[in-house]
Design a protein around this ligand. Structure first.
Ligand SMILES: NC(=O)c1ccc[n+]([C@@H]2O[C@H](COP(=O)([O-])OP(=O)(O)OC[C@H]3O[C@@H](n4cnc5c(N)ncnc54)[C@H](OP(=O)(O)O)[C@@H]3O)[C@@H](O)[C@H]2O)c1
Length: 363
C-alpha cells in the first residue's frame, strides 16, 4: 500500500503550507547535525530522534527538546530509557507513525535493514552515503539532480566526498558539456569523536582500485566521466581532494574564469592560502570555528584559490571537505525535493543556508 500519497496531499492544501514532520533514525555524528539543520527551517520540524539505548547523545536530544524514541520496538529496550531517567516516547514504529519522512543516519550498511520498515510504514525516506546506490535506486546532491528527486519515495544523500566533488565538478560540466576527471582522495582516518578507527601512524592506500568515491559522482551526474584513488591518513578533521580534470577543446575558460564560476556557486569557499595563511586543513577548521559554526562545522567546500591552475585543457586543483558537515544542508534540500515543496534547487539551497546561518547567529 502506498500510504504516503494520501498522507502528503495536505502539505500544500489551499494556500496553507504545512510543516513537514521529520524523524531522525540514528542520532550520531550526522543525525544530530541534520536534526539541528531541520530544526532551523520554518517549513519542517523534528518529531523525534532515535537512540539504540539510553547512552551518550540522549542528554543532547533532551537539551534540544527533541522527543527520544528507541531504535527498536522491543518493550524491554524502550523501558530501559525510563530506568536511566529519560522519557522515551516509544519504538521506531511509533515514530514513523507520526512522521512524513525519515532521515536514516544509522551507521553505514545498517540502513538497508531499515528500508522495509519505512516502506511498510508508508513514510518517505532518505539514506546517507554509507549505503549503496543499488539499495536506494536514487541518489541526491542539491546541485546535480534535485529535479530528478522531486516527489520520489526515497533517496540517498551521497557521501561527503561525492558531495564535495559534485559541488565543483557539476558547474564545470554544465559549462563544458563534457568532463573527464582523475582524482585522489586523501581521507581522514576517523571522525574526531570516534576512537575505534585508524590508522594513527601510517598512510593506508585503498587497494580497491579505482576507489568508489569518484565513480559515485556518476550516481548523481552520470555524464561526468570520473575515476579516483584513495589513501587514509592519520588526521580526523578533513579530507583533501587532488583533482585533475580534462576539459574539452573550445572550453573558453581561464584559471580566473573558473575561480569566478565557483565564487558564484553556493556552498563553495575560495581563499588564497598565500594571502590568508590558511594553507592546511588545520587553519581551515580554525576558520570554521572562528566564524561561529556549531561544532566548528564547515558546510562549504574549501578551494585554495592559488592551488587552481588551468594549462591548455587540463585543470588542476585542491579542495578540502569537512566530512562531518558538507552533507548536512543537502539533507534539508533533499527533504524539500522528496516532499515536492520546492522544485528549484537554488531556491532551496538559499532558504536552507539562510535558516542555518540565523540559527547559528552568524549572519
Ligand atoms: N561521519 C561522517 O564523516 C559521514 C559523512 C558523510 C556521510 N556519512 C554517513 O552517514 C551515516 C551515519 O554516519 P555517522 O558518522 O553519523 O555514524 P555514527 O556517528 O556512528 O552514528 C550512527 C548512529 O546510529 C545509531 N544506530 C546504530 N544502529 C542503528 C540502527 N540499526 N538503526 C538506527 N540507528 C542506529 C547509533 O546508535 P546509538 O543510539 O547507540 O548512538 C549512532 O548514534 C553513514 O551512512 C555514514 O557513511 C558519515
Amino acid at each position: 500500500m502506498i500510504r504516503f500519497v494520501n498522507r502528503y496531499s495536505s502539505l500544500t492544501h489551499g494556500c496553507e503550507t504545512m510543516v513537514i514532520k521529520v524523524a531522525i533514525n540514528g542520532y550520531g555524528t550526522i543525525g544530530k547535525r541534520v536534526a539541528d539543520a531541520v530544526d532551523a527551517q520554518d517549513d519542517m520540524e523534528i518529531v523525534g530522534v532515535t537512540k539504540t539505548r539510553p547512552a551518550f547523545g540522549c542528554d543532547l536530544a533532551v537539551r534540544k527538546g527533541y522527543p527520544i524514541y528507541c531504535t527498536y520496538d522491543d518493550a524491554e529496550k524502550i523501558a530501559a530509557f525510563a530506568s536511566a531517567g529519560y522519557e522515551c516516547h516509544g519504538g521506531l514504529t511509533d515514530l514513523l507513525n507520526i512522521a512524513d519522512i525519515v532521515i536514516d543516519c544509522s551507521p553505514g550498511k545498517v540502513g538497508a535493514g531499515n528500508l522495509e520498515k519505512y516502506q511498510s510504514a508508508g513514510v518517505k525516506w532518505i539514506f546517507q552515503g554509507g549505503e549503496k546506490h543499488a539499495m536506494t535506486g536514487m541518489s541526491y546532491t542539491s546541485s546535480a539532480n534535485h529535479e530528478e528527486n522531486l516527489n520520489v519515495e526515497g533517496t540517498r544523500v551521497v557521501s561527503c566526498n561525492t558531495t564535495g566533488l559534485s559541488r565543483t565538478l557539476v558547474p564545470l560540466y554544465n559549462h563544458c558539456g563534457s568532463l573527464s576527471v582523475e582524482c585522489t582522495m586523501i581521507r581522514r582516518a576517523a571522525d574526531p569523536g570516534d576512537s575505534s578507527k585508524g590508522p594513527i601512524n601510517a598512510i593506508k592506500p585503498v587497494l580497491k582500485v579505482p576507489s568508489h568515491h569518484g565513480p559515485d559522482v556518476m550516481t548523481v551526474k552520470p555524464e561526468i566521466s570520473i575515476n579516483s584513488m584513495a589513501v587514509a591518513v592519520p588526521t580526523t578533521i578533513m579530507h583533501v581532494h587532488v583533482i585533475v580534470a580534462q576539459l574539452p577543446e573550445g572550453h573558453g575558460l581561464t584559471t580566473e574564469s573558473i575561480i569566478d564560476m565557483w565564487s558564484n556557486e553556493p556552498r563553495i569557499i575560495l581563499m588564497s592560502g598565500g594571502e590568508t595563511g590558511i594553507t592546511t586543513t588545520a587553519e581551515v577548521m580554525e576558520y570554521a570555528r572562528d566564524i561561529g559554526r556549531k561544532w566548528g562545522d564547515l558546510h562549504e567546500i574549501f578551494v585554495w584559490r592559488d592551488g587552481v591552475k588551468l594549462e591548455a585543457n587540463t585543470l588542476y586543483y585542491f579542495q578540502a571537505i569537512h566530512q562531518e558537515s558538507d552533507v548536512i544542508p543537502e539533507n534539508v534540500d533533499a527533504i524539500r525535493a522528496l516532499m515536492g515543496t520546492e522544485s528549484n534547487w537554488r531556491v532551496s539551497v538559499e532558504k536552507t543556508d539562510n535558516a542555518i546561518a540565523q540559527y547559528n547567529n552568524i549572519l
